[in-house]
Design a protein around this ligand. Sequence first.
Ligand SMILES: [Zn+2]
Length: 133
Amino acid sequence: MVEKIAKMFYEGLGKGKILGAHCKDCGKWTFPPVSACRECGSRKIQFKKISGEGTVYFYSTSILPPKKFAKYSPYAYGLVVLKEGPSFMTMVEGLNASTPEKIKEGNAKLPMKVKAKVSKKAGMNVVVFKKVK
Ligand SMILES: [Zn+2]
């Protein structure tokens, strides 16, 4: 089941579709999608496209990026809360994360609206968020 969901998620990304899990019991969303609702534990979930709209509440720079992502460093990495509810840490583009001073300048504008997009990084399709102007 977990592999099937991961496969569906990554195949969706390959087609530019970002899928979340929408619970038929409580109506809440889980993202990234897993086999059960993160809110109520129900397995009655439906995979649907998310709006991609989110808000960043804080971010920092990649001091110790995962090895595969080292070549993209320094990049901004922050807490994104989706319009649908779920929150998670992820890469945020469109910000200057090169120095602590640049991070501070950016933080003055928080919370900040972002939009999801599919990006090819380290040979994989990943979901990144980009600052909305
Ligand atoms: Zn639920």
